[in-house]
Every structure is written in C-alpha cells, then in structure tokens.
Write a protein that binds this ligand. Structure first.
Ligand code: ATR
Length: 292
C-alpha cells in the first residue's frame, strides 16, 4: 500500500485525511492517508520514522502534507524544492521519490488561485487584488496570485516593514507579469479592489477586520483563508459592505487536489469534494446547535 499522511502539531482537527480518502475513492487510487502528531523539534526524525515503519510493514511511504509549525523544517529536509516553495519560504507537500530523494512543494497559493478562478469563477487576469497580512500564510500565496495575472497587487500589514519585505521578495515576479506590486500600512491602503484576501490571524484574536471597508468594490470578492468560526467575522463584514464573501474551505480542498496530483498524477474532482465537505460541515453545525 502507498502511504501518505499529514504531519503537524496540533493535527487532530485536520480535514486532509477525509479529503484525500475521498479523492482516492473517486479516482480509484490504492492508498492510505493518515495523520501524525509530530513532537515539536522532531520533524526530521518523524519523517524518517514514517518511512521506516511503512517499509517494515511492507508498505511504501510516498509523501506527506506538512502543516504548522513544520512548514519551514520541511524545506530544510528536501533535496529538490520547487520555485513556488522557495519563494513562499515554506513547504506544505513532500514527495518521496523512488530514488529516496525528497521533493518539496507548496500548493497553498495555487490552491487559493484555483478556488478563486474555478470555484468562485473570478478570473484574476487584469484584476486589482489586496492581500491583507504579511506572515507565513500571505507569503505562501503571493507568488501564485501574481502569476495568475492580477494587474495591481497590494500587500497591507499591521507591521508595514513585513509587507515591504514580502513585496521586495516578489519584485521579480511582478516585473515578469507586468503587475504593480505595492506595500502599505493597513489604514493607508489607497483605492478599492476586485478581490480582497484576508491572510491575517486577526479574527483568531477576536479583533475587528483591520482595513477600511472602502477597499471593497461592490460585487467584488472577499476571501478569508480560514474557514469555520475563524472566518465568520471577515465574511460578515464583507457581505455587509456589498462584497461576495468566501471562506478558505475551497482553498483547503484545492491545495489538497494539487498535492494529490503531484503524488498520483491524477487530477481529483475537487469541486465535487468541496461541495461534499461543505455539506458535511453544515450538517455538523446544525447537529451542534442546541434545540430550541
Ligand atoms: P500565519 O502563518 O497565519 O500567517 P503569522 O506568520 O504569525 O501567521 O502572521 C500573522 C499575520 O496576521 C501577520 O500579518 C500579522 O500582522 P503583523 O505582521 O503585524 O504581526 C497579522 N495579524 C495578527 N493579529 C492581527 C491583528 N489583531 N490585527 C491585524 N493584523 C494581525
């Protein structure tokens, strides 16, 4: 059996095993995808243990997804790292090649782009885009957002120096794409945008959306990279100001689809699986609601 898993800490709430099991089922792939809680500071040992234990059972470990806080450790382990993972300075997908080598990639950004363009049906070519945040989540998606052909991309962050640095790292891609790429402080963002992406952790802290509603264009798209309660505040804010709100569930399924294709060479029906997972979560939410 070919084995995969998601490695993180914490990892028990990860939906990746469910998503990949469904992809495998729909694509007729013989594989097993589990989850492994990795002790802090023990990522490299854990990768080795995953591969060794699989071999001892007569299985083959073929790869894994990597989540917080190991996205940086994963980059250090690989012999081959994709351009987008290098630029993101983070890795979410490892593939173990037949020659034993480890290939590293980051599918978060292309997952977000595919969710926006395919699932939300908003082409990014020629669009004005605001990325709020300049931490790891924002760094993971900026390159693919630029590659999708947005004509103006603004990175806004509470700590403006981090936005400036992220923009500096992506200046060559912006030049190649002919895009205007700018860094601004949160309360100084000029103009309005077709697409606004929230890559901050402000909602986790229970804080209000950190930008002025004037950044939203009526009918524009506002995407939070989180889903569930963590995305609710941003989505309600966007809808109250005339934008179409979207959570990060589609990005989650699409980044998984990209990883699945890297591993198996088969494109899974991601839109179908997104609809199924959304329905499952909605049913869970109803089940949790106290009876009137
Ligand atoms: P992640 O991997 O989720 O991106 P991170 O690298 O710690 O986590 O980045 C968190 C992002 O959320 C940063 O852009 C952070 O802004 P700073 O760089 O100024 O810290 C942003 N953030 C967190 N809490 C915020 C808040 N209350 N208001 C605005 N931005 C916030």
């Amino acid at each position: 059996m070919d084995l995969y898993c998601v490695m993180g800490n914490p990892v028990e709430h990860s939906r990746s095993p469910r998503i990949h099991a469904r992809f495998a089922e729909l694509c007729g792939q013989q594989m097993d995808y589990g989850r492994r809680l990795v002790p802090l500071g023990a990522f490299a040992e854990h990768i080795a243990a995953f591969r060794r234990e699989a071999a001892e059972r007569g299985d083959t470990a073929r790869g894994c997804n990597v989540t917080v806080p190991f996205k940086f450790d994963a980059a250090a382990l690989a012999q081959h790292t994709s351009e987008r993972a290098t630029l993101a300075q983070a890795v979410n997908t490892l593939r173990f090649a037949d020659d034993g080598g480890i290939h590293a990639d980051n599918t978060d950004g292309i997952g977000l782009v595919n969710d926006i363009e395919r699932n939300a049906a908003v082409p990014l070519q020629g669009k004005a885009l605001l990325l709020i945040g300049a931490g790891g989540a924002a760094a993971g998606v900026l390159g693919p957002l630029l590659d999708a052909g947005a004509s103006r991309v603004v990175v806004a962050n509470r700590t403006v120096g981090k936005a400036v640095e992220l923009v500096r790292l992506h200046a060559a891609i912006a030049l190649r794409q002919g895009a205007a790429l700018e860094a601004w402080a949160l309360d100084e963002v000029p103009g309005s945008f077709d697409v606004v992406v929230n890559a901050t952790a402000s909602s986790l802290a229970g804080d209000a959306v950190p930008v002025n509603a004037s950044v939203l264009r009526p009918g524009g798209l506002a995407v939070d990279m989180m889903y569930g309660p963590a995305a609710a505040g941003f989505m309600a804010w966007a809808e109250a100001h005339g934008a179409t709100a979207r959570d990060g569930l589609g990005m989650l399924v699409e980044q998984a689809a990209e990883a699945f294709e890297i591993w198996r060479g088969v494109r899974p029906p991601s839109a179908q699986v997104l609809a199924e997972i959304r329905a499952e979560l909605a049913a869970l939410a109803v089940a949790k609601r106290p009876a009137a």
